[in-house]
Design a binder for this molecule. Structure first.
Ligand SMILES: Nc1ncnc2c1ncn2[C@@H]1O[C@H](COP(=O)(O)OS(=O)(=O)O)[C@@H](OP(=O)(O)O)[C@H]1O
Length: 901
């Protein structure tokens, strides 16, 4: 909704310029006439000045005038993109499902094999998979294949080769492994054959297939008899040159079926599959597996040709037996933001409003139930020229034809105001709506200038709920503006935030010539380009437009009419519409995994920083965290760190004491502002090193990802104590906190509880034992953080030699001023711990006394944790980390094994 007021700025500037020129001119004239000798030369100078000023004025005026009258009398006529005879379908009633019983045998991932990790062609494939939310694993072809199975299930539903030659040239071992996997699980292969070779033709080794490289093609038609098509409507015909160089396939073997036909640019005939004499070439071919029982689809070019994106989606669906099929439903919402916000000269006239209503009727034939969704700020109603005000009135006359939603009273950025000011502004806008009988019933709102939704401005959410009972909004900013295809939704405090897309039109795109690349640029976006892909990849798309796109050249009407017709021509999508609230419910029903927000650091992204409240600061965010696990001495470490004059800890929580526990559990839904409250303002503190400690973070599945999103540069400290000791200490902790289950069962009962034991007992067992599976939790942290960001403390050493530990911690944290802990920590024989000398703030906890573990319990846990400890020792070896002393026994065993061998 960024308002580009170029025209008005120009007019203002011109006015100022003329005024000051006239003042200068009148001064000169006054001086000349006052003088006694009024010479011819002076007269000439004056005339010259006048003519220069007049010329500048005329040029500028004409420029401005031309700009405002560039509008066409008849706005551009809609595209007519369909070339096919719709009756030309093989079977219009064909069921478009690829489902077979084989779907049950493999998972939902795609394995993508690339030549180089960030190759252009591979990146395009990966972006497409991400856009349609298909999980994938990328592996370089030079390496060994990843594990393909897990227990009895195949891991991958489809295998994609960025370069099919890598498959052909694979070493025997890997090739046999892959083919065996494909055979066993009935999984297909997709291969792209780039024209990057000097060769002209090549017979594919082991296949009755010839490839012709470096072909220039034109015109493209699909084999409408193929079963591969699902989203693609195969009756279409693409006319024109195809981009780039192509590989085409020749074969006489019946295992192959061409999926598309084209012709070389040198060939004269029109593309027709019936035409045997003038055989067209095949740029995409399907191998039905008659030779080796493996199905393959080969593409003779990259995804540069837009239609291949559609074909790739269908190929993935077909070869995965329908496991990875995108939905055929496409919901579309078109918002017109700021319906009254626009300077004189660019607003809507009566005929524009009529055209809007007429097109809405046309769109309703394509998308049943469709309504334009109009956003208003009442302050700007009737703020145009006489004719434009008539347009505003017409909008209100047609009020019941459209859906309406509120912005604010003025076109202001929400993050600059507090709840009270926002509430007042919304109430004023609501009053305007009531006085003008605007039917606002959609529980939907949009924040002007993209501000306040993400990064979250609490006050906006509160005011929305209070004034309008808003339940749905949309934004382009989550998680980031770009890449647009990765925009996602989330729910915050009961408000569902949906991703929003731009259609390429902004407030300043008034006429066709303003569009980057002019008419061709816009048509390309509609016909397979960015706009088309937005709808292709997103089952639910909310588009942002502005009033200026409906006045002037009515570019939005041109754009959407073209896009909808193009979709109808080329796809089998069912275009649908729902009111915003139902649409949002549908969205989170489709993508429940998006419900939880992911908070990022607004300071790491310029766009977010400028729409974050000025009184908030990310300087407060911690630069390191002690993440646990529980019962390993985290409180002691927290206390020792807080003693350091250069380190500042989080404030205490009334519920969880020295722990914030933000990234796990429900506190995360309280938002970033809530978290920031736990840290001192850096301006009031002498040290910039802030940290927090929450022992519950270490083994929680969602924490590493959440922590990394907000604190990607943070350092992470973990304390690892012998997991058996830790489990026992935790059990005793639960007993001392009167946990009824812990009080009812012995430690042995808990740790040896079977899977058919009572639910409460099983839960307690899991909570007791799971944190001690250190390797698997650490690996999750390492998925996000670099090994150099993670510091492991040996829990035994922390207990016995904290001075040395604190020395190493300081080095790891690179604290500026070294603090000599030997002067401040003393061993307290009564407590059995090192404590702060003259400590006031170390919680006066006595060492809890409880009996030692029984031999039975010790043996059980030794065996239980053995494989996890082996995994941990391997992980440490791989990361070159010195293992904690209690892991020595594993190394000892290994050494013994080696000596025995
Ligand atoms: N100074 C010092 N140095 C090293 N270790 C110490 C120290 N003080 C306490 N402890 C041990 O810490 C155990 C409590 O661990 P946590 O503080 O991580 O517990 S909690 O998760 O925060 O509840 C606690 O375990 P239990 O004695 O089994 O309760 C202590 O053994």
């Amino acid at each position: 909704m960024e308002l580009k007021l170029g025209l008005n700025v120009e007019l203002g500037f011109l006015g100022m310029y003329c005024r000051s020129s006239l003042i200068v001119l009148s001064n000169i004239c006054a001086r000349c006439f006052c003088r006694k000798r009024f010479t011819l030369t002076r007269l000439l100078v004056i005339l010259l000045i006048i003519s220069v000023i007049t010329t500048i004025f005329s040029i500028s005026y004409l420029n401005v005038h031309l700009r405002s009258t560039k509008r066409r009398k008849i706005p551009p006529l809609p595209l007519s993109p369909c070339r096919a005879n719709i009756t030309d379908m093989k079977n219009p009633f064909k069921k478009i499902s690829h489902h077979t019983k084989d779907v049950l045998r493999f998972g939902e991932k795609v394995l993508v094999l690339v030549d180089l990790q960030f190759s252009k062609a591979g990146t395009k494939i990966i972006r497409l998979l991400e856009a349609v939310r298909i999980e994938y694993k990328v592996v370089s072809t030079g390496r060994n294949l990843p594990t393909l199975t897990h227990l009895d299930e195949g891991k991958f539903a489809v295998i994609i080769f960025e370069n099919f030659n890598a498959y052909i040239n694979m070493d025997n071992w890997n090739r046999q492994l892959l083919d065996k996997y494909c055979l066993e699980y009935n999984v297909g292969i997709i291969g792209f054959v780039p024209s990057t070779t000097d060769m002209i033709t090549e017979i594919v080794p082991g296949f009755p297939l010839t490839m012709e490289y470096n072909q220039k093609l034109q015109d493209y038609k699909l084999n409408r008899f193929s079963d591969v098509w699902r989203v693609t409507k195969a009756s279409q015909f693409y006319e024109g040159r195809l981009p780039g160089d192509w590989t085409v396939f020749r074969t006489n073997h019946s295992t192959y079926e061409p999926l598309s036909y084209s012709k070389k640019q040198s060939q004269k005939f029109s593309v027709s599959i019936e035409d045997d004499d003038n055989k067209p070439v095949s740029p995409v071919i399907y191998d039905s597996g008659k030779i080796d029982n493996i199905k393959r689809i080969l593409f003779g070019s990259t995804l540069r040709f837009w239609l291949h994106r559609l074909l790739l989606l269908d190929s993935i669906s077909y070869l995965s037996h329908g496991k990875l099929s995108v939905s055929l439903d496409r919901y579309i919402q078109i918002d017109i933001d700021d319906i009254f916000v626009g300077k004189e000269g660019i607003r809507m006239l009566v005929e524009d409003v009529e055209a809007l209503a007429q097109k809405q009727e046309l769109f309703q034939q394509i998308i049943p139930g469709f309504h334009f969704n109009l956003g208003f700020s009442g302050r700007y109603y009737l703020h145009g020229s006489y004719d434009e005000d008539a347009g505003d009135k017409k909008l209100l006359e047609y009020r019941d034809k459209f859906w309406w939603f509120g912005h604010m009273w003025r076109h202001e950025q929400a993050h600059k105001f507090n709840e009270e000011a926002l509430t007042l502004a919304m109430q004023q806008n609501k009053k305007f709506a009531q006085e003008n009988f605007i039917p606002v019933k959609q529980n939907y709102a949009v924040a002007p200038h993209h501000s306040g939704v993400y990064p979250v401005h609490e006050e906006l959410y509160k005011a929305w709920r209070n004034v309008w009972d808003v339940k749905v909004t949309s934004t382009e900013e989550y998680p980031k503006l770009n890449p647009s295809l990765r925009r996602r939704g989330f729910i915050y405090k009961g408000i569902m935030v949906l991703p929003r897309q731009t259609c390429g039109l902004y407030t300043h795109t008034l006429v066709l010539d303003d569009y980057p690349g002019g008419k061709k640029g816009l048509d390309d976006s509609i016909k397979g380009g960015e706009l088309f892909q937005s709808i292709l990849y997103n089952p639910i798309t909310i588009f942002m437009t502005h009033l200026s796109n409906y006045g002037n050249d009515r570019l939005a009407l041109y754009t959407f009419e073209g896009a909808l017709k193009f979709l109808k021509c080329w796809t089998n999508f069912n275009l649908k519409s729902l009111p915003p609230l139902q649409l949002a419910l549908k969205y989170f029903e489709m993508f429940p995994e998006e419900r939880d927000p992911i908070w990022q650091n607004p300071c790491n992204y310029k766009r977010h920083l400028v729409i974050w409240s000025a009184n908030k600061t990310c300087e407060k965010l911690p630069s390191f965290m002690v993440v646990g696990p529980q019962k390993t001495g985290t409180t002691a470490l927290y206390t020792f760190l807080a003693m350091h004059p250069g380190i500042v800890s989080n404030y205490n929580s009334p519920d969880t004491f020295e722990e914030v526990q933000f990234f796990n559990g429900n506190n995360y839904y309280k938002g970033l502002d809530w978290y920031l409250e736990f840290f001192p303002d850096p301006s009031n503190s002498t040290s910039p090193i802030i940290f927090e400690k929450s022992a519950t973070y270490f083994d929680n599945e969602v924490v590493p990802q959440r922590a990394f999103s907000l604190l990607p540069k943070a350092r992470i400290i973990c304390i690892l104590l012998n997991p058996a000791k830790r489990a026992y200490s935790w059990y005793q902790h639960m007993r001392s906190h009167d946990d009824p289950t812990a009080l009812s069962y012995s430690f042995y009962d808990v740790i040896s509880a079977s899977d058919i034991a009572p639910r409460k007992l099983r839960d307690l067992r899991n909570r007791c034992l799971n944190p001690g599976m250190y390797a698997q939790h650490l690996v999750r942290w390492l998925d996000y953080y670099q090994p150099s960001q993670i510091f492991i403390i040996d829990g035994e050493q922390l207990k016995n030699d904290p001075i040395n530990v604190m020395h190493r911690v300081q080095r790891f944290l690179q604290v500026e001023k070294y603090y000599d802990y030997s002067q401040h920590l003393r061993y307290d024989p009564k407590k059995g711990f090192f404590c702060e000398v003259l400590s006031n703030n170390f919680r006066k906890r006595k060492r809890k006394s409880y009996p030692p573990m029984t031999d039975e319990e010790t043996l059980f846990l030794k065996q239980y944790y053995h494989k996890y400890n082996v995994a941990l020792s391997k992980l440490f070896e791989r990361l070159h980390i010195t293992a904690p002393s209690w892991l020595e026994e594993i190394y000892e065993m290994k050494r013994n094994e080696l000596t025995t061998v």
